[in-house]
Design a protein around this ligand. Sequence first.
Ligand code: SF4
Ligand code: SF4
Length: 429
Amino acid sequence: MTDNAQHLIDLTAFTADHCLKCNICTAACPVASITPLFPGPKTVGPQAQRMRLPGAPSPDHSIDYCSGCGICTLVCPHGVRVMEINTQAKAQMTATHGISLRNWFLSRNERWGRLGTPFAPLINFGLRLWLARWFAEKAVKISARAPLPRWAGYTFRGWWKKQVRQHPRPAPASDAQRVVYFHGCSTNTYEPHIGKLAVAVLEHLGLYVEIPPQTCCGLPAQSNGDFKAARRYARKNIAFLVDYARRGIPIVGTSASCMTAIKGDYQHVLGLDDPDAQLVAEHTYDFMEFLAKLHREGKLPTDFHPIERELPYHAPCQLKAHGMGRPALDVLDLIPGLRCWEIDADCCGIAGTYGFKAEKRAIAETVGKPIAEQVEAASAEVVVCDTETCRWQITSLTNATTIHPVELVAQAYGLTVDRYTPPVTARQM
Ligand code: SF4
Ligand code: SF4
């Protein structure tokens, strides 16, 4: 029996039996309503699960069209973990048939980000060439219309090491003043300015920031069914972070998808039945969730400078699926003059690496259409969102600039000190 099959027995057998076939999940699924290639969460989830034998090949290849957005799990009134069932079935399919070159490539984003950094100008130029994108679509089935990031040309970690060398900080008296920042792959190589602003905000709150070694959260590998690689990444991160969690030090990150993977997927999807995984999960927060928690505890200074703007906000599916509300809206609401309103859309369509795939790009664009329509109707030039791939997708669908909420928080605190790149919002608003 394979590792994956063992996991299917442990985690999904009982939740599938709670399905009452009400079809609420199918009505809410953003993919099922768009393509006949995907019969919907009830059918490929709990219904098919009853037919799947642990260790046997998956009987249903349409599962590949599930984007893993998690909306079905969120809406199911009977607590069936439909997305988790689907993701495990995908992993079983990958274990049976192997992973495609394209999916393997998309699962190793961390590696390409690092390796590409010294060649950033060349890669950024090449990836904007129509011919190169056409060739990538034909050769490896990465859509020519997919919203690819730009390499920054330096890493956030490199910047941080230099800061620590040049500005030695006195160690805090107690662990209560420490915080761990988990930057994730995207901040490290594509959007280091978000990490710089996150550090600026945390230091402004009087916290001593620690940035331990870390690797990819594993979510790209998990969503492509490569559980072996995803578990490898997860175990490494747990080993890097568990000592901090044991000391009660919070672990915060600006990539909502990475943080929700650490908070929930390591145990509920990858099946890491490990007290250390539990301990790390208990101490992990999405960045805005952490600020909202500090505010509830009366520890968040609210001496914000006004930002006189009205901005649309998109809550990423993964964040919604974790049932933590809308912490970004709660915090941004404290900034005088700023009115952020939530876009009425379940999903932007990108769902991690899903919308990068040639055969799924049209689905991803159709799923994201309501966002584009509302941004256009509001004539919004800036959209706020907590997850990087959602931001890239929204930019590609709307031409709006997309920013992380921390950029607004940093601006409202007046954090434009020399050590940090000025926030995007300061230049564009
Ligand atoms: S999984 Fe939940 S929402 Fe979907 S059909 Fe079953 S009970 Fe209904
Ligand atoms: S995870 Fe998203 S795409 Fe997949 S079945 Fe559930 S709602 Fe549909």
